[in-house]
Design a protein around this ligand. Sequence first.
Ligand code: PLP
Length: 392
Amino acid sequence: MSRPIYLDNNATTPVSPRVFEAMVPYLTEHFGNPSSAYGAGRRVREAVEAARERVAALLGAEPREIAFTSCGTESDNAAIASALQTTGKRHVVVSAVEHSAVKVHAESLERQGYRVTWLPVGRDGTLEPAAVEAALTGDTAIVSVMWANNETGVLFPVREIAERCAARGVAFHTDAVQVPGKEAIDLKSTRIDYLSISGHKLHAPKGVGALYIRRRAKFLPYLHGGHQERGRRGGTENVASIIGLGEAAVEALEHLEEEQTRVRALRDRFEAAVLEALPGTEVNGHRTQRLPNTSNLSFTGVHAEQVLACLDREGICASAGSACTAGSMEPSHVLTAMGVPRERALASVRFSFSRANTEADLDRVLEVLPALIRGLREQPLSPDELRALAAA
Ligand code: PLP
């Protein structure tokens, strides 16, 4: 069978060949501990610092503002936990459509007695900065809202939200895991205090991330241990993956324009063709305030899990909502917060493109998808069959 057509790049991305090549020496000959004082350790430390400079350049930040972590989830958790500790305050503001890395943490804080405001979004998934400001109180420790939604690609106006929080003296964190390489980031020109990224969303390996901590912003570590990362994150560094993240950061900048033009054009051609071929299909999320690579479509009258299973048989990878909820019959909390009715939410499929996708990929998907949906609409599954599919 020919190679799979991978349209699930918001779930994860393949490690790029350049990233892989850059990592190999740090899994073989350069195995020293970056904290060791002798030459073999120092050389590894220098490579880690070079990677930090590259990640800082991607974000428009200073190298010392970057702390490497184990993943986007850790970065998100660390930023919020730190703000609660440094301020001693007990109120957190998040949006209703956060990734589980923020959502589940906030739910756990609620169970521990903290107060959480869950900001509603509009029908197009957008968030009003004024609504964020209205939620602030004297007891607010931090506002954490995502820059780009992983399910719909909808962008939040984080620069303006950060300004409003700064004016009220409240710390602002953004989960930007879906943003690098898709939208330009220049933290120097913003009032964002903390920002999370994750390697595996930009062609670096899984299990490495970074947290931007604005210079002079207060921060207490989440992982207590050694003095690594300037005392902001204990634990011997995941050296090879950090080197990989550095290389991926360089590549993300090199490909940013392509992502915003060629990848956007692929996504737009896909969406226009599907909407024309399949009346009754709806786009979830704002049509322009959106990442260039993401298309979340509701194919009314079918079940997303069934579409995914059929696409899988054709060698096409897509997903229903967040990867973490795939296989569950619960509609996506993101689409639910946007007021999408349950039936339509359960019929929603996310297609997320990357620079690795080609016009030929798109031709093949457009050959398969409309016929597949028409076939499923003609032969709807029984509730029992649906349950079996979701459990599979
Ligand atoms: N935040 C967003 C918006 C994401 O899409 C993801 C991953 O799906 C994460 C956080 C979690 O990142 P990681 O898988 O590195 O923990």
